[in-house]
Design a protein around this ligand. Structure first.
Ligand code: NAD
Length: 285
């Protein structure tokens, strides 16, 4: 029986540290979130971010913009936040309405305030393994979980499934930077089972329930399930067939309660980190 990785507990512990550190500053880290339109799921995510930020003693700005805002109107709003000395971290909630070019919007965010690490210049820094402002939230959360459970990635075969810009792609680069041997799989990968079977660390970010079955996983592997799919009753499922896989692996994340809580936790760590970078003279006494 595997060790069940407890993302809720790890996230709680990290957030307590963030809160304690924040109390020592006498000045509040400020996270600004822009949401365009009224997508209910996006609203829930943004509210959760705001609630957590406030609990930690951060300042939280939420800019709710109308669905029909023009691309140039949105760019203007981001520029205001870029130039506002009080704002340390900027996040634009995705997805954006179809008439807005997301890439252009992401490129408008000042790289030093890009709390999600989506700006191409920040992603490029990960690619060449140079110093970044902050790492992208979900991949960072996954590496925090591995670290917390004493799982070293160095020299290991790490297989990542899913090549999105928010999870698989940056995560695979971050694992390479930590000296793992990485295979990045996607929808066009052939013989997926053969590849996943070779993984010491298997990370799935696909979004298909029970996609990873027992016969695809090596005995003793570490299994990280990033997938979140909500069924009609609102029940969450991961990518991994948890019940059949858990008996043969060494570590496994559940859904919910595994990677999920780590994403928001990393976001808060990143906000504090950007605050510190921008106030170095202030806090490095
Ligand atoms: P995505 O939804 O943009 O893309 C899915 C990826 O899966 C693609 O790269 C695709 O190539 C790959 N894929 C699809 N079918 C495949 C197949 N048969 N074989 C191999 N690969 C296949 O990716 P995303 O935005 O990273 O989201 C993936 C999942 O992770 C979703 O369920 C999402 O909800 C979840 N997610 C969770 C968190 C979290 O905090 N836990 C954060 C981000 C995303």
């Amino acid at each position: 029986m595997a060790v069940i990785i407890d993302g809720k507990a790890v996230s709680k512990k990290i957030l307590e540290q963030v809160k304690k550190e924040t109390e020592g500053f006498g000045k509040k880290p400020c996270l600004a979130v822009i949401i365009v339109g009224g997508d209910p799921a996006s609203k829930i995510y943004v509210n959760n971010k705001r609630k957590t930020a406030l609990e930690l003693g951060f300042e939280s700005i939420v800019k709710e913009l109308p669905e029909n805002i023009s691309e140039s109107g949105l760019i203007e709003e981001i520029e205001k936040l870029n130039n506002d000395g009080k704002v340390n971290a900027i996040l634009v909630q995705l997805p954006l309405p179809k008439h807005i070019n997301s890439e252009k919007i992401i490129e408008t965010i000042k790289p030093g305030k890009d709390v999600d690490c989506f700006h191409p210049s920040n992603v490029g820094k990960i690619a060449v393994n140079s110093e970044v402002f902050v790492y992208p939230c979900t991949p960072k959360g996954i590496l925090s979980l591995l670290e917390e459970y004493g799982i070293s990635v160095e020299g290991k075969n790490a297989v990542v499934i899913g090549r999105s810009n928010i999870v698989g792609r940056p995560l695979s680069m971050m694992l390479v930077n930590k000296n793992a041997t990485v295979t990045l799989c996607h929808s066009k990968t052939q013989n997926l089972k053969e590849i996943t079977k070779s993984a010491d660390i298997l990370i799935s970010a696909v979004g298909k329930p029970k996609f990873i079955k027992r016969e695809m996983v090596k005995d003793g592997a570490v299994v990280i399930d990033v997938g979140i799919t909500r069924d009609e009753q609102g029940k969450l499922s991961g990518d991994v067939d948890f019940e059949s896989v858990k008996d043969t692996v060494s570590f496994i994340t559940p859904v919910p309660g595994g990677v999920g809580p780590m994403t928001i936790c990393s976001l808060m760590q990143n906000t504090l980190e950007l605050f510190k970078q921008q106030n170095q003279r202030f806090w490095k006494k």
